[in-house]
Design a protein around this ligand. Structure first.
Ligand code: PLP
Length: 461
């Protein structure tokens, strides 16, 4: 039976939405005995920002009921596991209310009530360039920006350009599962470079293996910060990868979609700020999908300092943008920075809460706080063994069920017994086994509910 602290899901979500007024008193009942409140009291320090955050400006504790809004994160989890799901902690988008500046800009544009073809205003590219300059010191000539409906179409265009069908594409793994879909679209195959993981759960690159593979690949998809491990690559790591790729004429496709999410004490180093010769062997892909949770607005872009690479990829790109996407993204970039700065403090505290709660309350599951992203990469190997997930997977496969892995058994276990939806690790490539990915971009109440339910279910296992 899923645990909802005595409430059914809809009641909980409704109640939680209004219990914002109760402030921490409302939250304490959910977290009672969990140890999470202690973690919440730790004042998180944001990474250094040009605008110092004011943590009380926005209400990230508010619970938004996304059920019935055609959301992948919630509605698809319920479609797969039924009404017992109380915490959709899967696909990487955020549960928070959009920044007020976005809602206001959209409302103003909707009031016009005409949706004819849009002439993209110069102010849009300028907003993207200004954001990257202001926050990260990246110089982008606005005329070199190519706008796409997502990072995927850009990466697929680049693969079509540089990696002929049947050739291998280098990736450091575990890495974002969506890249494997991009590779299929481009009829290419992966060349997984498994990361080294130490006893503490820290990931690093196996550079010898990386170079061996780079020799036979035309492209390398870099994920910086890395989804799902949360690694923020240092300038030294990036330079080493960049030099190897340059040496072997392997073009770097730098997916930096998660760049705006960095936890306390960590830094995002844009690939585009390395040595110019290394940068000239790359394209960078970004979007508003993560930073402002505009994934369904389809707002992404790519650029390169190398006109040759850029023109060749552009020739394979049908660039596109919608009016509402453009309006939302431009407002976020121009006016949403204080919202994002506040949010980073909140997400950082969610990571802290998850790390300490899991350590103290969920035996067999380990979580080492991510350096970046709002994702938690959980090591569930011990727990999977405890519930005999490998044996269950083998038996079900022998009985004819397709693609049952131990991690899918773990996914089902938490969905059915805790009402919590997580993503199974093997989808993220070599090194993903024994792991689950948990999305922490939610009201603290939902994060606490998910963790409490998981702890109770594990205690009874
Ligand atoms: C690393 C990475 N790249 C790309 C995407 C998808 O990008 P978009 O929404 O712009 O298509 C995601 C979404 O989770 C991601 O994590």
């Amino acid at each position: 039976m899923p645990r909802t602290n005595g409430l059914d899901r809809r009641t909980f979500l409704r109640g939680a939405g209004s219990s914002v007024l109760l402030g921490t008193a409302g939250m304490s009942s959910l977290a009672a005995g969990s140890g999470l409140l202690g973690a919440r009291r730790v004042a998180a320090q944001p990474p250094a920002r040009p605008h110092p955050p004011a943590p009380d400006d926005y209400d990230f504790d508010e619970v938004i009921d996304r059920l019935g809004t055609d959301s992948v994160r919630w509605d698809r989890a319920v479609a797969q596991y039924g009404d017992g799901i109380v915490a959709g902690m899967g696909v990487a988008d955020m549960d928070f209310r959009a920044p007020p500046c976005v809602t206001q800009a959209l409302a103003e544009r909707c009031a016009h009530e005409n949706w004819g073809y849009m002439h993209r205003p110069a102010s849009y590219a300028e907003a993207v360039a200004a954001w990257n300059h202001r926050r990260y010191g990246i110089e982008i000539d606005p005329s070199t920006l190519v706008f796409t409906t997502g990072v995927h179409p850009g990466i697929i265009a680049a693969l079509h350009t540089f990696s002929p069908p049947g050739t291998r594409v280098l990736m450091t793994t575990p890495t974002y599962n969506g890249f494997y879909t991009d590779l299929r679209f481009a009829r290419t195959v992966t060349d997984d470079n498994p990361m080294i993981v130490d006893a503490e759960g820290r990931y690093s690159i196996d550079f010898d293996d990386f170079e061996r593979r780079a020799r036979r690949c035309n492209t390398f998809i870099l994920c910086n910060p890395q989804n799902p491990t949360g690694n923020c690559w240092t300038a030294e790591d990036l330079t080493r990868m960049g030099e190897i790729c340059l040496r072997h004429r392997c073009v770097v496709l730098a997916d930096e979609i998660h760049c705006d999410f960095v936890t306390r004490g960590n830094t995002y180093t844009p690939f585009a700020t390395l040595d110019p010769e290394i940068v000239a062997n790359s394209l960078t892909f970004k979007s508003g999908s993560k930073s402002f949770s505009l994934a369904a607005m389809k707002v992404a872009w790519y650029y390169s300092t190398n006109p040759d690479l850029l023109e060749r990829v552009k020739a394979n790109t049908r660039a596109d943008l919608s009016t509402l996407g453009m309006v939302a993204m431009r407002a976020a970039l121009n006016e949403g920075e204080p919202w994002l700065d506040d949010l980073l403090v909140y997400i950082d505290a969610n990571h802290d809460a998850a790390e300490s709660y899991i350590r103290d309350n969920i035996p067999g599951v380990r979580y080492r706080k991510a350096q970046g992203t709002y994702l938690a990469w959980l090591d569930v190997a011990e727990f999977a063994e405890r519930i005999g997930a490998a044996g269950t997977a083998a038996r079900e496969s022998a009985e004819g069920s397709a693609d049952v892995t131990p991690e899918k058994v773990v996914q089902r276990w938490f969905a059915e017994r805790a009402g919590v939806f997580l993503n199974p690790g093997p989808g993220y490539g070599t090194g993903g086994a024994g792991h689950m990915r948990m999305n922490l971009a939610s009201s603290r109440k939902i994060v606490e509910l998910a963790l409490n339910n998981m702890a109770e279910a594990v205690a009874e296992a």
